[in-house]
Design a protein around this ligand. Sequence first.
Ligand SMILES: Nc1ncnc2c1ncn2[C@@H]1O[C@H](COP(=O)(O)OP(=O)(O)O)[C@@H](O)[C@H]1O
Ligand SMILES: [Mg+2]
Length: 265
Amino acid sequence: MPLVCVCSPKGGVGKTTLAANLAYTLARGGSKVLAIDFDVQNALRLHFGVPLSDGRGFVARSAESPDWSQAILTTGGNIFVLPYGDVSEAQRIEFESNLANDAHFLARGLQTVLNYPGLIIVADFPPGPGPALKAMTDLADLHLVVMLADTASLSLLPQIENEKMIGGALNHKAGHFFVLNQSDSRRNISRDVTAFMQQRLGDRLLGVVNRDESVAEANASQQSIFDFSQVSAAAFDIELVGKRVAALLDIKVGDGELQAPLTSR
Ligand SMILES: Nc1ncnc2c1ncn2[C@@H]1O[C@H](COP(=O)(O)OP(=O)(O)O)[C@@H](O)[C@H]1O
Ligand SMILES: [Mg+2]
């Protein structure tokens, strides 16, 4: 049950996009992958063909049922989605307070999926610290911290390096790694920040993903970057990140057939 968390001190850096496409990459090896959304924006599902009008999710249900697996949506492939869902402000506050105050709340909610043999879990988080990210510390195997190739991301690097994001290590297993997203070699600042991050982070930098219009277009058509444009620079970069994550976690990723476009049922 490898569990990968995608997080960042910053918003709008591509966490959800990378989480979704990482799930697609890992699923291409034949593994079952569960994509879980811990962000109230509830946007992860939109990468998997779940209609905008479908507000189902585990947060609203978490009050009724301690087992969140009942809120899993199938996508027609070997990817499964656990959306946050459309919730009221009161439901969000209650969920966050349960995460913060009940040490077993998260493990109980995920118990069934954590025990599912061979299931890979990719969890997407809201920006910055938060009760979900903190509660995940003991369950997560690896964190991917997404940054942009810009100076704002650079200024936030010490937060991660000094374990300031949640006041300690993000996990106690494989540790945390970085992905630099939206790198653009035509822009001086992007080139400079990319070079600096490469030098500063070394092996901790798992990959650099090019800024590529196909990424947003793939999302708009609710497809993976691989189905939308297999030959795009971003598809290449994201696949490499996926392979490195798989290697770190000892997950088998085949070079198998691309999955057919997924539609939710
Ligand atoms: N490599 C990329 N190239 C171009 N656009 C990207 C790339 N990665 C993400 N985006 C776009 O950036 C925006 C923010 O991405 P998103 O995944 O929602 O970020 P976050 O989850 O960190 O808030 C989206 O419009 C997405 O399509
Ligand atoms: Mg997001």
